[in-house]
Design a protein around this ligand. Sequence first.
Ligand SMILES: [Zn+2]
Ligand SMILES: [Zn+2]
Length: 328
Amino acid sequence: MTAAPDRTAAPRPQDAPSEAASADGPTPGEIEAPAFANVDRAATALINAVPALLLVLAGWQLWNHGLRWRDVAIFLIMYVPVGLGVTVGFHRLLTHRSFKTSAWMRGALAVLGTMSVEGPVISWVADHRKHHAYTDRLGDPHSPHVDHGGGLRGAVRGLAHAHVGWLFDHQQRGARERFAPDLVGDPVVAFVDSTFVLWSLVGLAIPFGLGVLFGGTVGAGLEGMLWGGAVRIFVLHHVTYSINSLCHFFGRRRFATNDHSRNLMWLAPLSFGEAWHNNHHAFPTSAMHGMGRLELDLSGLSIAALERLGLAWDVQRVAPERQLSKAL
Ligand SMILES: [Zn+2]
Ligand SMILES: [Zn+2]
């Protein structure tokens, strides 16, 4: 337990863009489109379409052979650590600095998160910090509520943009130097960022190896890659995307925030606690997103476990009285 849980209230350099953010919207220096915009779009299309198409193959296999324990095991062996790499590593550690850890752990978490194939870690963090700086107003890279029109049509357009459309529309992507100078200057994170393709491929090689190990054939390896690679990438992608789309649209609001963030209970188990998204926008630097006894937050529990093992320290928590002060 940290001695000063109220520190979560204090703006720190990593969150500073929100303090400096203009009420009129972002300045040109805060926006950075990928260097090769069309190459980036083609790669993004491929990374999203191929796993979706391979789901058909997974469905065909299910229909013919049923669910094999081996495939479930490989899916989970990949989904849980890579998912925690995104939630504990990319999000709670590197974006929000909600706890401290060693350079070794920082690198390991960044590598695991990179295997999600959600883009290079520094770009991920820059976009997400910009989302917090301009939540649900002009400048937010992926708000379902800005400039999508009204009515049902506007809602559907907004949700589609927030879910996946923003990955192709580079108008509000966060500038890395502006939103993540700390990570650009961190040799460990900068290395993982620049070797993004390598770790994405390692994330496919591991389930292939596990398939060969468990099944004894190359065919079993390919099947392992289908479940621990393609299906896992597809599910984790859409769970992450849903935090940006669904969690700014559906669910309950527990705290007063100047945005549309919501807590979506059913998404909490799959997203390892990230779906307590209204809690998170109310207290962005808190390591714990689940704030009630019944708010399951596997990422928060993992950070608490790392703390007990001496692998994480300065874990940021929000004191009950501070939670009460923002409660609706
Ligand atoms: Zn949000
Ligand atoms: Zn966040």
